[in-house]
Design a protein around this ligand. Structure first.
Ligand code: SF4
Ligand code: SF4
Length: 100
C-alpha cells in the first residue's frame, strides 16, 4: 500500500504538498495570474492556433493564434504549494499529493 508524501514543519504541524496534475485549457482565459505566482517556472503561456495546435508566443505573430492558454511545461519542478490554483479565477487546476 502507498503512503502520501507529507512534511513535518518546524512548528510540529504536518503539511501535505499537492502537486499540479492537470490544467483545463478549455476553461483557461490566458490571464497569466498563475504564472506570476509560481516561483518554480512550472508554467508557460502559449498560443492556440485555429486548428487547436499549441504554439510558442511571439510578439510578432499575434495573428497566428486564436487565444492564449497556460500549460504545465515543467511539472517535475512543482513543489506542491497550490498558489496557482488559489489565484486562478476560472478554477482550471487539479492537484494531487504524491504517493511514496
Ligand atoms: S503548485 Fe506551486 S510550484 Fe506547483 S505549479 Fe502551482 S504555483 Fe507552481
Ligand atoms: S490563472 Fe487560470 S485562467 Fe488565468 S492563465 Fe492561469 S490557468 Fe488560465
Amino acid at each position: 500500500m502507498n503512503d502520501t508524501f507529507s512534511v513535518k514543519l518546524p512548528g510540529g504541524e504536518t503539511w501535505t504538498p499537492a502537486f499540479v496534475s492537470s490544467l483545463d485549457e478549455e476553461k483557461c482565459i490566458g490571464c497569466g495570474r498563475c504564472f506570476r505566482v509560481c516561483s518554480r517556472g512550472v508554467l508557460q503561456l502559449v498560443g492556440v492556433s485555429e486548428d487547436g495546435a499549441l504554439i510558442p508566443l511571439d510578439d510578432d505573430d499575434e495573428e497566428e493564434y486564436q487565444k492564449r492558454v497556460m500549460t504545465i511545461a515543467h511539472p517535475l519542478l512543482c513543489i506542491g504549494c497550490t498558489a496557482c490554483a488559489k489565484i486562478c479565477p476560472k478554477k482550471c487546476y487539479r492537484h494531487a499529493p504524491a504517493q511514496i
